[in-house]
Ligand binder design. Structure first.
Ligand SMILES: [Zn+2]
Length: 169
């Protein structure tokens, strides 16, 4: 499945974007870099000031946001520059990659996971956990190593059904 994506403002991040493309390819989605006009998903690096202007609600402060209707992703510049203190992702590059993956998956229609199933052995954190908040405090979850997109079968089916309904093959 090929899906056009547009990135604006990420001039320092070709490595991160390439890695995101690799991770999506592994689950069967080729993200093609395109113009804003032709893109299904649009990702904007957004200043703290603009984030505050666009998303005033208190629960959104300091977070990146995906408008799931327009499929526009706004990456909070403050977090893009520094991993939030609450996150347990050690590598800032990994944080950036997992943040982009998470927000793009919102753009593909996936909501957050609210009630994770805990197990005794540590498990890679689902992609639909907010990467800006601690994984470990939500159960026995760790940063996925190697980096990967972690979705369960229901999430995958939901996402691909939705994309098929939008005409993607
Ligand atoms: Zn989210």
């Amino acid at each position: 499945m090929k899906i056009n994506i547009f990135f604006k403002g990420f001039i320092d991040a070709p490595t991160e974007i390439y890695k995101v493309q690799q991770l999506f390819k592994r689950i069967g989605i080729t993200l093609l870099l395109s113009t804003e006009k032709d893109a299904y998903i649009k990702v904007y690096l957004t200043s703290a000031k603009d984030m505050k202007r666009l998303f005033n609600e208190s629960h959104l402060q300091g977070l990146s946001v995906c408008d799931m209707e327009t499929r526009k992703v706004y990456i909070h510049a403050m977090n893009w520059e520094r991993t939030p203190a609450d996150s347990d992702i050690q590598s800032h590059r990994d944080y950036r990659i997992l943040l982009l993956v998470h927000e793009i998956l919102h753009g593909f229609g996936l909501p957050h996971i609210d009630n994770p199933v805990c197990s005794t052995d540590p498990e890679p954190a689902p992609s639909m956990f907010q990467p800006s908040k601690s994984y470990a405090r939500r159960g026995n979850f760790i940063v996925p190593k190697p980096l990967q997109i972690v979705l369960d079968d229901n999430e995958k089916k939901f996402m691909f059904d939705l994309l098929h309904s939008k005409g993607f093959k």
